[in-house]
Ligand binder design. Structure first.
Ligand code: NI
Length: 192
């Protein structure tokens, strides 16, 4: 396993739609190694998720994991390591919440993004087994963020009010408390 360089906003690959992974490709050493490297890269950077195009591979693969006390997102409920291949995500109703997000490809910036609170998520895992799951609360937002990456969309594209943009330091100083109260309400309601 090795860490890969994380591409930053402005790199054209982040704006490409990643393509579907075939079953044969998924079984290949090359793609299995890519998945291992994505996991290591996400963990080293304390991300909540990482999409393949963030490390320059335009394949529809993303990894998500939140452990207790993540330094970037301490308010998120834990999410066990999940590798999603060829994911499809669909909102289950119209309810959204404004969630404050950041991204490893958008250094030192956070902003408020409306996200669906209940989604169905279909994907293949790294062994090629198909899953269909309900994801809710902040966790639903995390998966929407990662699937967006695979379509060439960054969270800044979805920030409804650009005046909510803040550096991480100014978020901590001025916005953290209000957002944490809102986030806690979501986690309490959905357990995620
Ligand atoms: Ni991101």
């Amino acid at each position: 396993m090795s860490r890969r360089e994380i591409l930053e906003i402005g790199h054209p690959v982040l704006r490409e739609r990643a393509r579907e992974v075939t079953r044969d490709e998924l079984r290949s050493d090359r793609v299995q190694r890519l998945i291992d490297d994505m996991i290591e890269t996400m963990r080293a950077a304390h991300g909540a998720g990482l999409a393949a195009n963030q490390v320059g591979a335009t394949l529809r693969i993303a990894v998500v994991e939140v452990t207790e006390g993540n330094p970037r997102y301490p308010y998120k409920a834990p999410i066990p390591l999940t590798v999603i291949v060829n994911p499809a995500i669909e909102p289950l109703d119209d309810e959204t919440a404004r969630i404050n997000e950041g991204c490893l490809s958008v250094p030192n910036l956070r902003g408020e993004v409306p996200r669906h609170l209940r989604v169905s998520l279909r994907y293949f895992d790294r062994q090629g087994v198909e899953h269909e799951e309900l994801r809710s609360g902040l966790t639903a937002g995390t998966f929407q963020h990662e699937v967006d990456h695979l379509d060439g969309t960054l969270f800044v594209d979805r920030v409804a009010d650009p005046r909510t943009l803040a550096t991480w330091a100014e978020f901590e100083r001025f916005h953290r408390e209000a957002f944490l109260a809102r986030a806690a309400g979501i986690v309490q309601r959905f357990g995620s």
